[in-house]
Design a protein around this ligand. Structure first.
Ligand code: PHE
Length: 365
């Protein structure tokens, strides 16, 4: 190649280097120029055919061209590496101005969740939430509820007695049911009732019985319901319970069966079963061949109204009491009662609820 040709070749090579689109193409160019069979290498080898000054001059020129090419390749390579780094940096950008991600802290236990659901449903029906103490006196837990001291119902309830003595001389108890809240509410609301404001409350809370086996825990939860007005009858009770059961289980038609029963504070009394099927060992709530007991209820006994100073000739009412664990187990497929109280974090992860999952009938339970 003449000097002129070399000059032109150099420009062409540099052009090739600059127009390489990636490291691979650049490497191809490098090999075709500087590799064993590359143009420049070949030219170097053929210097032998010149002599003397010409060879030296051509050799110098080739060396200059070679180093310019190497420089161009290095520059281009550097550029590609820089581009790659920029791309990587861009993909790993952290936008520190973004709002913090909402990190969930813990979960809501199914019992408070179920209580919220119950409150939402009865709230829609116009019920208010009432409360009473966990440590009750004998009068509220038993006597006012038409359970005198010698009554066999006291043995039925496996009561935890405390060492304290109440103002009537009886020992206080850990309430064995939420029914004492009926008494507290009737006494508190008696005057409003007489002014024409009906009583409509539910009272969810802890209850205690000295009993512990597969299906009983010493502490469990109940929800009490109480309605008192001038024209209340058993069909109201049925309607309220049917509406509740259907809203709670989110099923359109759940048959209810009222079985005659006995509670000292209601007359007549009933236990309520809901329809279900147990095909192939799986329990399904709704119309089916089987029944499942879920609550006790009845019309308030006149003695109970009178114990609270309410005229039983003018007012009637109904009450019901339901186990919360039981209905939570049925809805959420929890089959061992005792797991509610094991404080097993894995269980809670599985059965728990997000604290933002607030039940409402409008948005769904
Ligand atoms: N207190 C009853 C129980 O614990 C349930 C009940 C409540 C029954 C209200 C009738 C009316 O078993």
């Amino acid at each position: 190649m003449s000097e002129i040709d070399l000059e032109a070749k150099q420009l062409e090579i540099i052009d090739n280097i600059n127009s390489a689109n990636n490291l691979d193409e650049l490497e191809q160019t490098r090999i075709s120029v500087l590799g064993k069979k590359g143009i420049i290498t070949q030219e170097m080898k053929s210097l032998g055919k010149f002599d003397g000054d010409k060879r030296r001059q051509m050799g110098q020129q080739l060396n200059i061209i070679k180093s310019k090419i190497i420089e161009a390749i290095n520059e281009k390579e550097e550029l590609f590496k820089q581009q790659e780094l920029n791309k990587k940096l861009a993909s790993e950008t952290i936008d520190v101005s973004l709002p913090a991600r909402n990190k969930r802290i813990g979960k809501l236990h199914p019992i408070p969740q179920t209580v919220e659901e119950i409150v939402a449903i009865f709230g829609e029906m116009g019920f208010l939430v009432a409360e009473g103490p966990d440590v009750e006196d004998d009068w509220h837990n038993f006597q006012a509820l038409n359970i005198p001291p010698s009554h066999p119902a006291r043995q039925m309830q496996d009561t935890f007695y405390t060492k304290g003595i109440d103002e009537r001389g009886a020992s206080s108890v850990l309430r064995t049911h939420t029914s004492p809240v009926q008494i507290r509410t009737m006494k508190n609301e008696k005057e409003n009732l007489e002014k024409g404001k009906p009583i409509r409350i539910i009272a969810p809370g802890r209850t205690f019985r000295c009993d512990s086996d597969l299906t009983h825990t010493p502490m469990f939860h109940q929800v009490e319901g109480l309605v008192i007005d001038e024209q209340v009858n058993f069909s109201h009770l049925k309607g309220v319970l049917k509406s509740f059961v259907e809203a709670y289980f989110e099923i359109d038609d759940v048959p209810l069966q009222f079985r005659p029963s006995f509670f000292p504070f209601t007359e007549p009394s009933a236990e309520v079963d809901i329809g279900c099927s147990r095909k192939d060992g799986t329990l399904k709530i709704g119309a089916g061949a089987d029944w499942l007991e879920i609550l006790g209820c009845g019309m308030i006994h006149p003695n109970v109204l009178e114990n609270c100073g309410i005229d039983s000739n003018k007012y009637q009412g109904f009450a019901f009491g339901m186990g919360i664990e039981r209905i939570a187990m049925l809805k959420y497929g929890i089959n061992d009662l005792r797991t509610f109280f094991d404080s097993d974090i894995r269980w809670l992860e599985h059965y728990g609820f997000s604290s933002f999952d607030i039940p409402s009938l409008v948005r769904g339970l």
